[in-house]
Design a protein around this ligand. Sequence first.
Ligand code: TXA
Ligand code: MG
Length: 345
Amino acid sequence: MILPASAPESIAAAADQIRAGKLLGLPTETVYGLAANADDDAAVAQIFRAKGRPADHPLIVHVAHGGAVAHYASEVPEFAQKLMQAFWPGPLTLILPRRPGVANAAAGGNPSIGLRCPSHPVAQALLTALFEAAGAGPEALPVWGLAAPSANQFGRVSPTTAAHVQGEFGDDLLILDGGACQVGIESTIIDCTRGQPVLLRPGAITPDQVQTVCGLNMLSKEELLAHAAPAPKASGTLESHYAPSATVRLMTAKDLKTALTLLGHESPSQEVRPSIAVYSRTVRAKPSVHVLYRRMPDDAASTAQQLFAALRDFDAQGVKLIWIETLPDDPLWDGVRDRLQRAAC
Ligand code: TXA
Ligand code: MG
């Protein structure tokens, strides 16, 4: 069931759901999450079941503010504190050493924990309501954080609207509708357990921003692997992820033009549905009997914001192939590039 987050009773109803050990569809500024009380292993186990996610694949825990970090993390290096001050609330997840015995299921048994403080006002309102103890009995206990992976079946495209979440999990799931997500791709993930920042997943917050705030060099996952340290588990380490049902191909503008010329420009028809979607900035494909065209925005932030909705929309229209123009060679596009390269695997 979808609850408009703006309705007066919605936050309280969502908080009750979490306190009862149940799951909730939660809007954040990046993508929607499938949330449960991070300290309730049985509730967290339902997340893994609902998503079809392997139980050793750790979840991100969302907190209302930096004050909840010490509940989950045994140690916060100075550079991680600087990152929290600079980017929280916001689309940045920090991997920190986990306090033994806390949020074991959410961490997938790992000795570390991923923490993020989301900026979405609805996520903030819910996390604050859960954290602030009120009344007597079990309601008086604070809920320190919400474990929430993206609210999609394992390996599929992340949801950026409440309707996407409902499409993934059906009408039984309570979903807070906080509108379309502003950032549109998942948070930047930085491993802070290795003495210097290591980028596990690119996102809206860029390596340059991280390095400037930390005053430290950031290693990439590949550089970390070259140092022969054991690879951390992140979605980024799975090759095919964020995949729509249609096959995705990245193509240069030149190849895209050639392919479109070969297809010809037969006019669109009612009877035949196009089997190819074209998503491109510089090549303007005419809609035709073969081709459905959607223009990619010129800037990385707008493209990130609409990317997953566009991929879902192409699937809904039944195309078999999605041709996407390769992206500008600029670090600002790294988050979108990462998702598209995975979708094209
Ligand atoms: O923007 C986001 O991060 C969204 C929203 C809902 O907050 N969440 C999200 O969660 O993308 P999920 O589970 O789809 O991706 C989280 C990634 C996983 O690939 C997981 O492996 C990694 O974070 N992760 C979580 N805890 C970790 C840990 N202790 N060590 C290494 N990686 C971890
Ligand atoms: Mg995910």
